[in-house]
Design a protein around this ligand. Structure first.
Ligand SMILES: *Cc1c(COP(=O)(O)O)cnc(C)c1O
Length: 411
């Protein structure tokens, strides 16, 4: 693991992160994060930042948000003791069940939080981007719930790959806008959504789906997703009788991982983020951004990205659409650089194997994204017998059935 800083500087930055002083007033997590956006976008971001400052931690907003989490999302989500998996791994395994949240993944925590914020800011219309379609579904559902119209930008390539989610988004009353520019996938969808936002920064609210992009999104999304780690911490204490030795979460943009890790940063727990190792270690064969990338600016944020020697952003590859992104949230870049969180990767075949194991011995069909966390946790358990392990189960795998049919059950 690379540590960018001298030991005392790493400690200072980490202490600040644990105390809640990150990001700073410029939206920076140490050297990472910030806001690198064209002049035309500055008023929109300024307006959002002011709105976040005014509302996010106000008692009125928090009361409304917590009520929606309870009554509509179905929180708190369960913490399940995995008795058979524990026996198989020689460990004590606990699973935080975001798959049980409404619409089937953690994404709804952020979507409903931002939809409520959009309403308070007086937006007429919400726009969102989506890759695999999961954030599009969560945004469409949240906008229906609060009574805002919603347009979802989606790459033409993704629309074809994720046709069932296109249908779900439309049934939930949102419009899907096909993006034919750039790589026609998630990155292009974000660019198009930003372009649309510029046309009417007062009337439009941009509902970003992960802890990425320019300030204040990485902060806003972390705050809304931290409910995962806050609940899991309390549930471990009351159900397991103590905190875990190690916690695992998969990392795409990093929203479910930061949601689980952030409330645990000050505890004596090994935190391990698991990226998509794809089919191999070569550039372009995976989406293991933190494990193999280098610093650079992507979509408004200084973070770790996958790029070639000329700074060209690299296409990625993964069996799980939700992890298939060439960047990662800037707070994860800091947590890696300070040595607090370790980021490793699991390959497609390892994720598939873990998915099969969890299905047959715990009765949980988990998402392909999440399967990467299980694959890594399993390896850790075998190397560190008897540990108490917490795994963030970011979503359910029903959406992956079309992909899974290519791989016969029983591996
Ligand atoms: C979108 C998604 C992810 C990846 O996004 P993060 O922002 O890294 O959490 C992981 N798991 C599931 C189930 C998802 O839908």
């Amino acid at each position: 693991m690379s540590t960018l800083f001298a030991a005392d500087e790493a400690k200072r930055l980490l202490d600040a992160a644990i105390k809640g002083d990150m990001p700073d007033e410029r939206g920076r997590f140490g050297p990472f994060g910030g806001r690198y956006v064209p002049e035309t976008l500055v008023p929109a971001f300024d307006r959002l930042e002011t709105g976040v400052k005014e509302h996010l931690h106000s008692p009125a907003f928090q009361a409304e948000f917590q009520k929606e989490l309870r009554e509509w999302v179905g929180r708190p989500t369960a913490l399940s003791f995995a008795s058979r998996l524990s026996e198989a791994w020689g460990a004590e395994v606990w699973i935080k069940r975001e798959d049980l949240a409404h619409t089937g993944a953690h994404k709804i925590n952020n979507a409903i939080g931002q939809a409520l914020l959009a309403k308070r800011l007086g937006a007429k219309r919400v726009i969102a981007e989506t890759g695999a379609g999961q954030h599009g579904v969560a945004s469409a559902a949240a906008c229906a719930r609060v009574g805002l119209s919603c347009s979802v930008f989606m790459g033409a390539v993704d629309m074809e790959r994720q046709a069932p989610n296109v249908d779900r988004i439309r049934r939930l009353g949102a419009e899907v806008i096909a993006v034919e520019t750039g790589d026609k996938t998630l990155r292009a969808a974000i660019d198009e959504a930003l372009r649309e936002w510029v046309t009417d920064p007062d009337g439009i609210y941009y509902l970003l789906g992960s802890a990425v992009g320019a300030h204040p999104y990485p902060y806003l999304v972390r705050e809304l997703q931290s409910v995962i780690g806050i609940e899991a911490r309390q549930q471990m204490l009351s159900q397991a009788g103590g905190l875990p030795d190690a916690a695992f979460a998969c990392v795409g943009g990093g929203s479910n991982a930061i949601g689980l890790f952030y409330p645990l940063l000050g505890d004596d727990i090994e935190l391990i983020g698991v990226e998509a190792g794809g089919i191999g270690d070569g550039l372009g064969e995976n989406a293991a951004t933190l494990a193999t990338g280098t610093p650079g600016v992507l979509q408004g944020s200084y973070t770790i990205i996958l790029q070639n020697d000329d700074g060209q952003v690299q296409e990625t590859q993964s069996i799980s659409a939700g992890l298939d992104y060439s960047g990662v949230g800037p707070e994860h870049a800091l947590l890696q650089a300070t040595g607090r969180v370790k980021y490793i990767s699991a390959r497609d075949d390892e994720a598939l194997e873990a998915l099969g194991e969890l299905c047959t011995i715990e009765g949980i069909l988990t998402a392909l994204e999440t399967s990467h966390a299980f694959a890594a946790a399993r390896k850790y358990a075998k190397q560190n017998p008897g540990k108490r392990i917490l795994i963030g189960n970011s979503g359910r795998g029903d959406k992956d059935i079309p992909t899974l049919t290519k791989y016969p059950a029983g591996i």
